[in-house]
Structures are given as structure tokens and as C-alpha cells.
Design a protein around this ligand. Structure first.
Ligand code: HGY
Ligand code: MN
Ligand code: MN
Length: 475
């Protein structure tokens, strides 16, 4: 199934059938009108903005140009010719890390690679050693990815620091930028490996998991030049961070529908990922009668159909995806004896997601029993919904309003590093509009003007940043 005929792949790209369905579940009219109402309530009134002293945003129209140029440069670093794939701990990820290290140093930061492969930069504040506002996103990609998912946040953060540095401006706190090495979780089933290491929640048992080629994470770290026994050194303490802020493309169509460049994220939806394996009996495609077969792929197909049907009939934003299927032995004239597939399920609330996962698991078990297939089902990743901190949403809203833009709030259906960082810091997120809501796809695109607007908003948040009240004394 992985190696679909080329013509089919091209037809799918042209129609965008997957992309057309996923975001719509999170952008259903009911949900959007609720968040739009909330946004209207949260947006500061014009008169109040002057009082807040937010009319002094820095106008720097060139940030977008530099950001787009760097997005294109980083997007060239791929392990596959003709398409962008940069998987955790690959040679190309290392090459990308070196490029980002150079950008950070050029922006006036000290920079290093941490114990899990994150690229970390620090721009000192007025006094060395002060706690930081941490800006981040990821620099790994999915397979056949777009250039913007992850890198936009990293590159924009560096551009903001470079702008401060050019002006010789230091703030009462440090700014750190982290390019997380694994957010997508493509290689080792578990995800958010980079941000979990920084949050001190990295699960060491992942070190023994193997990629598709049988390489363990432990061995891959060594090949990358890192020491698997020192991952703990990447962990940061809560007292070192005043906040974690991430700018990211929306990956959905809501901002485009609202005709807005940027938005304030309210929460990052939780997700559950499972790995399923069905085992039947391989056999001769010509001799075994249909009634006597235990075809693992036909069973998997029924499971996939059941998952889709279950999620489609849900009217409260549930989405479910089977994104990987591998059939063995994988020959035209052999009945498939074993099939592995993944399941990704998300919903606007944790309760809803957990109930849905339990229902889907029951259906898969029933299908396996009826077809006399043995079933192994493992939860490989589980993340609860991460709410963005109200005080950070407010500061982002002020920065947006200061740019003369409307303030609009929306939830994130996609996962982000903030889901891990919330264990050591309050989290705020800025979304930037992307064309057609397309993401995890080579057609992913952000207009230069929107990249520029996002950068100006992030810079505005940083320059006007006020720590949470109980951290007001940052030195
Ligand atoms: O899968 C996600 O939501 C994210 O893009 N990694
Ligand atoms: Mn992604
Ligand atoms: Mn991302």
C-alpha cells in the first residue's frame, strides 16, 4: 500500500481529498461561530489599546522576505529527490541543524545542538542569565511534506531576534529559540521527542523502538553524533522559562475563510495514536477458496472503513486517520498474512476522544474475531488537550490589534510542541494563514505578506512582553 502506483499518487494530489475533509471537522460552523464570539469578547476595544500603550509596533516590512528566502533554503534539504522529507536523526536533519545554528549565530545568539538533536539559541537579556521567553517550533518534516510546517516558527523566531540584535536592543529577559528535532513522530512512532526531552518528560523506553529499517533510536542517536545516555541533559527547569510561544501555520482553512493573516490559538487538541497488527494466514491466491481465507489485508480494510464511518457520523469534530498500512508478504498472487497499520484520532475534548478511541477499539476487536485474525493493538502516543494561557492569549491579541489587524481566536486541530512544553511553561500560539488550509502536503504555502504579518506580531509580543504576575520580578 505504501508503494501506490505513481499515477494514483498524482490524481490524489490534484484532488486533495484528504485535506478537504480533515480541517472541516474542526472548522464546523458551530465551532467557528463559538470561537468567533469568544474572540470578539476577548479583543481589546480600540480605545483601550491606546491605554495599553500598544500603538508603537515596530514596522519592519523586510522580515517576510528574509523568512521566505530561508524557508526555501531549508526546504531544499531533503533525503528524497524531488520531494521534501526530513525525518528525525537523518543525515539531512543534521545538515538542516547546521544551517539553523549558523542563522542563530548570525542573529547574535549563542547556539548549540542539545542532547536529543534540538537546535538551541540564546539571546541574552539586559542581564546575563535571566529567565527566558522561549520561542520554538520543529525542523523535522513528514514524508513528502510542505516547507512551512515547523520551519516557519523557527525561522520567524530567529528573524525577530536578528531584528532586535540589529537595533542593539536587549530586553529584561533572555530570548531562547528552539528548533525541535522531532515533532512529527514519523520515524519512531512516538512523537514530540524533542520537546519532551526539553520538558523533562522524555520516555527512555522509546530508545529501543526501531524504525522501518530496523534501526533503533539509540543507534540512530549515536550515528547522529549524540549520546543516548545523556538525553536528560536537554531538560529545562520551569524557573528558567517565563513562557513558551510558538508561531505556526494554521494547517486548516479557518483564517483564510475569515480573510485574516493571523489568529490567536485557544488550545491544542489532544490526540491518540495506535499501532495495529492483524495476523491471518498467507496462502496461494489461486487455490484457497474465499470462504477458507484469513486475509489480514481484507480485515484491515474493513477496520479502516469502520474507523472512517465512525468518525464521519460523529457531529462533534471527531477525526480519525489511517495514514500507514503495510501488508506482508506483499505480492500480487499471495493472500496477505499480516498487516500493520496506524490509527490517529483527535477530538475537541479529551473525554470525547477517549470514548471514541474505546469504541473504535471495540469495533476492530469484533472484526478481528469474526475474521479469525489475531490482533495486537498498542497505544503509541497519547496527548491531552493543551489549553493556551489566557494571559498569553491577551498579549498576542494586543500585538495583533497593534498591527491594525482583527483579533480572532481559533483552536488547533493539529498537534504542536506546546503540548509537551506545557509541562514546564505557560503556552501561547500564533497561527498564520496558509493557502487553502493545505498542510502535510507539498502544496503547503504561505504568502509573503502573511509571513511578514506573523513576524511583526511575534516581535510585538516579545517587545511588549510582560511576565505573569507571580513572575514579575524576572531578574
Ligand atoms: O500531526 C500533527 O498534528 C502535527 O502536525 N505533528
Ligand atoms: Mn506537521
Ligand atoms: Mn508542525
Amino acid at each position: 500500500m505504501e508503494a501506490a502506483p505513481r499515477s494514483v499518487v498524482h490524481r490524489i494530489r490534484a484532488n486533495h481529498p484528504v485535506i478537504g475533509t480533515v480541517p472541516v471537522a474542526f472548522a464546523g460552523t458551530e465551532l467557528v461561530s463559538i470561537v468567533a464570539g469568544a474572540a470578539a469578547a476577548a479583543a481589546p476595544e480600540d480605545g483601550k489599546l491606546a491605554e495599553m500603550g500598544v500603538g508603537n509596533a515596530v514596522q519592519n516590512a523586510s522580515l517576510g522576505e528574509e523568512i521566505v528566502a530561508r524557508i526555501n533554503e531549508l526546504g531544499e534539504i531533503s533525503e528524497e529527490a524531488g520531494r521534501l522529507t526530513r525525518i528525525y536523526l537523518s543525515k539531512e536533519l543534521r545538515k538542516a541543524a547546521d544551517l539553523i545554528l549558523g542563522w542563530m549565530r548570525d542573529a547574535g545568539m549563542s547556539a548549540h545542538l542539545d542532547a536529543i538533536g534540538n537546535v538551541c539559541g540564546r539571546y541574552e537579556g539586559e542581564r546575563p542569565g535571566a529567565p527566558c521567553v522561549m520561542l520554538g517550533s520543529h525542523y523535522d518534516t513528514v514524508r513528502d511534506a510542505g516547507k512551512w510546517d515547523g520551519p516557519l516558527g523557527v525561522i520567524t523566531a530567529i528573524a525577530c531576534v536578528a531584528d532586535l540584535n540589529r537595533r542593539g536592543k536587549r530586553l529584561p529577559f533572555a530570548i531562547e529559540v528552539i528548533a525541535f528535532a522531532d515533532e512529527e513522530g514519523v520515524r519512531f512512532a512516538s512523537t514530540l521527542l524533542g520537546s519532551r526531552a526539553v520538558a523533562g518528560t522524555f520516555d527512555e523506553s522509546v530508545l529501543t523502538t526501531r524504525d522501518r529499517d530496523g534501526v533503533s533510536m539509540r543507534d540512530a542517536l549515536v550515528l547522529f553524533g549524540l549520546d543516548p545516555d545523556h538525553i536528560g541533559a536537554a531538560a529545562r527547569a520551569r524557573r528558567e522559562l517565563l513562557a513558551y510561544l510558538e508561531l505556526h501555520i494554521e494547517q486548516g482553512p479557518v483564517l483564510e475563510a475569515q480573510n485574516l493573516s493571523v489568529g490567536v490559538v485557544t488550545a491544542i487538541a489532544g490526540a491518540t495514536r495506535l499501532a495495529a497488527r492483524l495476523t491471518g494466514m498467507a496462502g496461494h491466491a489461486g487455490t484457497v477458496p474465499m470462504a477458507l481465507r484469513r486475509d489480514a489485508l481484507a480485515g484491515a480494510a474493513e477496520c479502516i472503513g469502520a474507523i472512517e464511518q465512525f468518525c464521519r457520523t460523529d457531529e462533534r469534530g471527531l477525526v480519525g486517520t489511517v495514514g500507514y498500512v503495510h501488508a506482508k508478504p506483499g505480492a500480487t498472487n499471495v493472500i496477505p498474512g499480516e498487516v500493520s497499520f496506524t490509527i490517529d484520532m483527535r477530538a475537541p475534548t479529551d473525554m470525547h476522544r477517549k470514548r471514541a478511541v474505546a469504541d473504535v477499539v471495540r469495533q476492530i476487536e469484533a472484526i478481528a474475531t469474526r475474521r479469525q485474525l489475531s490482533l495486537q493493538l498498542d497505544v503509541t502516543h497519547e496527548n491531552r488537550t493543551a489549553p493556551c494561557a489566557p494571559w498569553l492569549k491577551e498579549q498576542i491579541a494586543r500585538a495583533i490589534a497593534a498591527e491594525g489587524l482583527s483579533v480572532f481566536e481559533l483552536p488547533s486541530g493539529a498537534g504542536h510542541d506546546g503540548m509537551a512544553m506545557i509541562d514546564i511553561a505557560d503556552v501561547g500560539m500564533i497561527f498564520v494563514r496558509c493557502r487553502g488550509g493545505i498542510s502535510h502536503h507539498p502544496d503547503e504555502h504561505v504568502e509573503l505578506a502573511d509571513a511578514d504579518a506573523g513576524a511583526r506580531v511575534l516581535l510585538g509580543v516579545i517587545e511588549n512582553f510582560r511576565p505573569r504576575e507571580d513572575r514579575a520580578s524576572v531578574n
